[in-house]
Design a protein around this ligand. Sequence first.
Ligand code: PMV
Length: 348
Amino acid sequence: MPQHDNRYQVRKAAVDSILQDRSESPENCATAFAPVNIALCKYWGKRDPILNLPVTSSLSVSLPPLGSTTEIRIGADRDDVTLNDEPITPQSAFASRVVDFLDLFRTARDLRFSVRTTNTVPTAAGLASSASGFAALTLALDRLFGWDLPPKQLSILARLGSGSASRSVARGFVEWHAGSATHGADSFAEALACTWPDLRVGVIDVDFGRKSQSSREAMQRTVDTSALYHSWAQKVADDLAEIRSALHAHDFERLGAAAESNALGMHATMLGARPPILYWLPGTVKAIHRVHQMREDGINVYLTIDAGPNVKILFTKNDMSAVQAAFPGLTVIAPFDPECPTLPTDSD
Ligand code: PMV
């Protein structure tokens, strides 16, 4: 274990402050599910890259049943990680990130873990699974050790795996409070008390296969080099206030407009980085134009884009057929409607 490593020590202290009062009664095996989430107001930039403490707050919507189911087992003589039934080589970046996280939870007995994760995100859905993956792993660890932690503390632990994972331990609309403490005890996500049964989220396949630059690197370069980043905190404060107010008023146009403006603003900060970061492909721009044309034609559809080329659209149940006609093969998710299928529609 990397006990002399400063990064490890800082993260371990954050974990210990949460687990200090907890008694452990480990099971041999535990399983948990956590949903994918998509930010309507983005997290872009860390004030502390070791503890994944964000510069600003952010707000997302969870997209179950898309997400990760993770089983964790103790008793093996070495760590092993399986993803979608494929064993993952310990040298891979994926396995290292998981093991690095697990290092924080080995007790005095120096436990080894077997982790099996299955993503119910269709492999090609273009939705980042690190958020659901680290949230599911955190929830599974909580069950494995019998800690029974409250949601706030689960969110803090998941944040140490991936910033956006802090939002995937909760369901529905979720706000991650940036906090200001250096140790991060006030930087956690919590569910908002509102739902939107008619809300639909569509995922447009621009390029699902592309291996793009990691959000971790891109975020840091933006913070370090982009002059446009100086305006980002104020933009997030304005957009968050607008999104909270639109949720409260159940005003879809205001919600969509603020979410779209926030996503485009995030990409503008990346374009200002040196060297610049551009995740968009020709298909991204085509989808943006199509969404804008639809709005001109009177259909209330808005877009958001994360650290990749794929476009996600926000609309309501009423406009389902118009949206499906414009984007054949769209994967549609109904975050608050368990009755609605989440499979791709007929492919073109
Ligand atoms: O948690 P990370 O390191 O995967 O970063 C997520 C960054 C965005 O997806 C672009 C924005 C967000 O708030 O989820």
